[in-house]
Design a protein around this ligand. Structure first.
Ligand code: FES
Length: 175
């Protein structure tokens, strides 16, 4: 959690609970509204909502993880969306995703601890002729090879160490 975030979460949840009836039936609208304010649903927000609605926190977590419109990790400064549509998948989309995961030391759906990069897979973004495609903060990058993955990350300030390809695992780039 970054500095001042806890207070922001508490304030945002309290504002939303002031707008909505605190009953179980309002859970989804409350979660959506809190997500709108915070750009994601932090665990603390879900705990506070569960407390206010007098329902188990596990029910709130369960619902938030079930529906994919809920975002459980904060958006990074650079939001990387790797296309996993058929055309991209067939020509290396998964390889590009694996490269990003390895370089950033996170899995898809997560955000780096410094909140610089978030990584997610998306369905076809409509640029199949450029496959495999990655969208970075709404800018389309086409024909994303592993080398291009490094180029994209370096362009956004990520320090990349040369890969040995031997015994490499997540975070081996010193991140
Ligand atoms: S499948 Fe990736 S842009 Fe269409």
């Amino acid at each position: 959690m970054v500095e001042g975030e806890e207070e922001l979460i508490r304030t945002s949840v309290s504002e939303v609970l002031g707008e909505q009836e605190a009953v179980r039936e309002s859970l989804i609208p409350i979660l959506l509204r809190v997500q709108e304010k915070l750009s994601y649903l932090p665990p603390l927000a879900m705990e506070l909502i569960a407390g206010a609605l007098q329902i188990p926190a596990v029910d709130v977590f369960g619902l938030a993880t079930f529906y994919n419109q809920f975002r459980l990790h904060p958006p990074g400064k650079y939001q990387l969306q790797v296309c996993m549509g058929t055309a991209c998948y067939m020509v290396g989309g998964k390889i590009a995703l694996d490269c990003f995961e390895r370089r950033l030391g996170i899995n898809e759906g997560e955000t780096t601890p410094d909140r610089e990069f978030s990584l997610e897979r998306v369905a076809c973004v409509g640029c199949c002729t450029l496959a495999p495609v990655v969208v970075v903060n709404e800018e389309v990058e086409g024909r994303v090879t592993p080398t291009r993955v490094d180029g994209i990350l370096i362009a956004f300030g990520k320090k990349i160490q040369p890969s040995t390809g031997v015994g490499e695992k997540k975070g081996d780039d010193g991140s």
